[in-house]
Write a protein that binds this ligand. Structure first.
Ligand code: NAD
Length: 418
């Protein structure tokens, strides 16, 4: 599977191998659990606003098809590669299995910088990508959702392009779309809300009074901003946030409502008043109770893992901690890790609710959505903590073991085909 070979794909495979050793999965079963079932790479020629034509690379990877359709986000970022998308698809598989969703994992991406594209250019790229994916996706085949650099509007364009091809409106082709087009109440907030819920549970587990804690959040997009707000509602003081353009720090706590207004006006947290500037590197090693990486993968590495000064590391982003950093964290039992496959699962859980609502054309209230979300998260959290304590496993190994074992069992029951 050399086509996927990148640092992040190797990282996902290393994690899998570690869990497979722990679960004593026979060699003969490892290949079909690990390698993506199929992937599609497309060239997307698009007219730029200045009249020129540019070709963008697009990818979609479906990791396994054993338990139902595949499910996973679509990412717009200049560094997107097939290998990155494959790693993210693999993590989605374990996350869906851990939380009991009837999906395999998938992920997609386009190598582009959405910040440097006009709305019209973004729309043309998105529609072209969807057109190329028509035969590869479907409500019972593969369902996309927002991720880094994509949002409700992007999902609306995908749904529209797909629906035009099918000759009827097909809302269940994507999740995370606007509520007015069949989106679910509570989907936009789901990931950050789930992160907040699990951090609250983690403070119970390690005996911290959440109302007296401080937090630092890396990334202030969908997940980071909603996590910060959700933590503030539990009484947490948010002392630092960063994004791709800079960061701000105030030991007395940042006023998130004013910060939101600043971000709406300036598209970055940088330059927010009543706070000192702070870099990403500084934020990650800041003394605080709760550290939330909510931006990119591989942020906590061999160089900074020994210097992190938090009690709870809540991995809101996918893959923010490298395996080398993980080994260092395992030697630091004072840090309680909420691993990504558990910590940010709120997003795919409410995506699942959205898909179910679309298939039934029967929509739920936000209270129902949040209640069901917390119930699933509670079940997954309890299972992971129980296994971790019983077998003295790090939280990541416990979470991945539960997810991988379920996929292994399903594959054993079905046979070689899916
Ligand atoms: P987003 O595009 O809404 O926000 C990303 C944020 O990260 C922005 O504030 C951006 O400025 C910041 N950022 C980018 N590069 C950075 C850098 N080098 N340093 C610091 N900040 C940087 O994306 P999102 O949807 O919030 O996703 C964030 C993470 O959460 C990703 O890892 C994604 O895979 C993961 N995730 C998202 C969802 C979801 O529902 N959106 C669900 C599960 C996991």
């Amino acid at each position: 599977m050399e086509i996927y070979d990148t640092a992040i794909y190797r990282m996902a495979c290393q994690q899998f191998d570690q869990v497979a050793d722990h679960l004593q999965i026979p060699e003969s079963e490892r290949g079909r659990l690990k390698y993506p079932k199929r992937s599609l790479t497309v060239a997307l020629p698009v007219h730029r606003d200045d009249g020129s034509t540019e070709v963008f690379a697009g990818y979609r990877v479906q990791h396994h098809l054993t338990l139902g359709p595949t499910k996973g986000g679509l990412r717009y970022h200049p560094d997107v590669t097939l290998g990155e998308v494959a790693a993210l698809a693999m993590w989605m598989s374990w996350k869906c299995a851990l939380t009991g969703l009837p999906y395999g994992g998938a992920k997609g991406g386009i190598a582009c910088d959405p910040g440097k594209l006009s709305m019209n250019e973004l729309e043309r790229i998105t529609r072209r990508y969807t057109q190329e994916m028509i035969s590869f996706i479907g409500p019972q085949v593969d369902v996309m959702a927002p991720d880094l650099g994509t949002n409700e509007q992007v999902m609306a364009w995908i749904m529209d392009t797909y629906s035009v091809h099918m000759g009827c409106t097909v809302p269940s082709i994507v999740t995370g779309k606007p509520v007015g087009l069949g989106g679910s109440l509570g989907r936009r907030e789901a990931t950050g809300r789930g992160v907040g819920y699990l951090i609250n549970r983690a403070t119970d587990t390690i005996g911290l009074d959440i109302s007296k804690t401080t937090a630092a959040v890396q990334g202030f997009g969908n997940v980071g901003s909603v996590t910060a707000l959700s933590l503030a509602r539990y009484g947490v003081k948010i002392i630092a946030v960063t994004d791709a353009f800079g960061g701000v720090f105030n030991p007395n706590g940042l006023n998130l409502w004013d910060l939101d207004k600043h971000v709406a006006a300036h598209k970055t947290v940088a330059g927010f008043g009543e706070a000192e500037p702070i870099t990403n590197e500084q934020l990650l090693v800041l003394p605080c109770d709760i550290l939330v990486p909510a931006a990119l993968e591989r942020q906590i590495n061999e160089a900074n893992a020994g210097k992190i000064q938090c009690r709870i590391l809540a991995e809101a982003a996918n893959g923010p901690t490298t395996p080398e950093a993980d080994r260092i964290l395992t030697e630091r039992p004072e840090i309680f890790v909420l691993p990504d496959v558990l910590c940010n699962a709120g997003g795919v859980i409410v995506s699942y609710f959205e898909w179910v609502q679309d298939l039934q054309s029967f929509f739920w209230s936000e209270t129902e959505v949040v209640d069901k979300l917390f119930r699933i998260l509670e079940g997954a959290y309890t299972q992971v903590v129980t296994l971790s304590k019983k077998q003295k496993l790090p939280m990541r190994l416990a979470a991945l073991s539960l997810g991988i074992k379920r996929v292994q069992e399903a594959k054993r029951m079905r046979g070689l085909f899916p």
